[in-house]
Design a protein around this ligand. Structure first.
Ligand code: GAP
Length: 443
């Protein structure tokens, strides 16, 4: 069968591919436009039943790899709204800005670093650029005055600095060690767009890795390598990655060195992840502004100092987008186009689909029993609608690695047909050996 498959993936026009993925995401329940029945809300997206599984697989695996799988990392899950003094001390109230210009004719607003001389909408002239702060403001409690003003968090990092003494005291960790976190952050982006690439609320996974100052370079290199391993684990091809050293004057206000890991998206080479050396910028500022001692004491020699920080940061939604882009394949089979999401097995929303050949009660009974049993070990889908061919296509399109078909022979031979997503090979497997077979394949 393999020889019959003609890969036409590379021929896909790139923007066409992006549109196909957005449409597949909507059609199959990965990602929907937000607030759709009210006409939507620009650039807001909701994860549907399959999208939430994909995203959860990514977040859970990241936690396993970087937190539970290591002795030098612990996690926290902090409040989204923090004391406003945190964002003043961190420099975000002053520095977390993008340059904004407005067209004098049509009054559309743009990021100054993303436009040409004239407005792309109406050829109008732009105003002078002014700095626009990305933090979202709201009010805590019933009185809407300046004293109640707070910010939705713009990054996860600050809680890991502010909680540093509590974590140190409760875990007694020795340097080097990291504090990790996952969660939602908010940024009032001037120009969101490109599906889930740039939105105004998104999920992050990041950690602050605390080291001695003289070891920062060693750990910077170390974490760059670990980030590359993670990217390979999620199935990203090396050729699509670029490591961009951000020059002086262009880095975030807190960083002494940054490498942006960029990816070749259909809409251009843009940031996927970041790796920053934040030195002692944050701990020093919080110590000064809060008056609280944030130093670390080496119990062996009594040395007392502020640790330095290496910060690897991973956008969850950009990871989902890249996972979809890498997985999307079109193949020609028997004159028809077969669309497949070739996810690595661990990211696939469903691992196994159980498909009774007909809705006849004797088949449904066996198929439902198999499904209930497999569900103890794998995330399963059960589908008894339409022809078996259409059901295979549907499972290919959502990336399910294995389909188990229950047919009329099953009633006699107590066996089922297992179809492999990538090779389309079909094996006849005894029901009593099915779990073992799938375990072997999906491990
Ligand atoms: N604590 C460091 C930090 O937040 P960042 O480069 O500002 O660094 C981290 O953001 C990551 O968040 C980026 O590498 C990217 O993956 C993701 N990201 C940034 N802005 C985003 C947006 N508007 N929408 C979706 N993801 C975004």
């Amino acid at each position: 069968m393999d020889e019959e498959i003609k890969i036409c993936y590379n021929k896909l026009n790139l923007m066409d591919k992006m549109e196909k993925i957005i449409s597949l995401c909507k059609r199959r329940g990965f990602i929907f436009p937000g607030s759709e029945i009210y006409g939507g809300l620009a650039n807001s997206w909701d994860y549907g039943p399959l999208g939430v599984e994909l995203k959860k697989n990514i977040k859970d695996e990241w936690w396993e790899v970087f937190v539970r799988g290591r002795g030098d990392m612990i996690g926290i899950d902090a409040a989204l709204i923090m004391n406003s003094k945190v964002w003043e001390a961190s420099g975000h109230v002053k520095e977390f800005t993008d340059p904004l210009v407005e067209c004098k004719k049509c009054h559309q607003r743009f990021r100054a670093d993303q436009v040409g001389e004239k407005c792309s909408n109406c050829e109008g002239e732009f105003t002078k650029a002014k700095q626009f702060n990305l933090l979202f403001k709201t009010f805590l409690g019933p009185i809407e005055d300046a004293s109640a003003e707070v910010y939705l968090r713009g990054e996860l990092a600050q809680a890991m600095f502010v909680d540093f003494p509590n974590v140190l005291q409760t875990t007694r960790k020795k340097l080097p060690f990291g504090i990790a976190s996952q969660g939602r952050v908010f940024r009032n982006e001037i120009t969101p767009g490109n599906f889930i690439f740039r939105t105004r609320e998104f999920d992050l996974m990041e950690f602050e890795y605390f080291v001695r100052e003289d070891e920062w370079e060693k750990y910077f290199e170390y974490w760059l390598e670990e980030m590359k391993k993670w990217l390979s684990h999620i199935g990203v091809k090396k050729d699509y990655l670029h490591f961009h050293e951000i020059p002086d004057g262009e880095r975030a206000h807190y960083s002494k060195r940054t490498i942006d890991i960029e990816y070749d998206y259909p809409f251009g080479q843009k940031e996927l992840y970041g790796l920053a050396y934040r030195a002692d910028f944050d701990l020093k500022n919080h110590q000064e502004k809060s008056g609280h001692n944030l130093t670390y004491t080496d119990l062996e020699n009594g040395e007392n100092f502020l640790p330095h920080v290496i910060e690897p940061t991973f956008g969850v939604d950009r990871t989902v987008l890249v996972a979809l882009l890498e997985a999307y394949h079109e193949e020609e089979v028997g004159g028809e186009t077969r669309v497949i999401l070739k996810f690595p097995y661990w990211t696939a929303p469903y691992k196994v689909a159980i498909l009774p050949l007909s809705k006849k009660p004797e088949l449904s009974k066996v198929a439902e029993e198999i499904c209930e049993d497999l569900r103890q070990n794998f995330v399963c889908d059960y589908d008894d609608t339409q022809s078996i061919g259409k059901r295979y296509r549907r499972q290919d399109e959502i990336g399910t690695p294995y389909c188990v078909t229950v047919d009329f022979d099953t009633l006699n031979d107590q066996a089922v047909t297992v179809r492999d997503r990538d090779t389309m090979r079909q094996d006849r497997i005894e029901i009593k050996k099915l779990k073992e077979y799938l375990n072997g394949k999906l491990q």
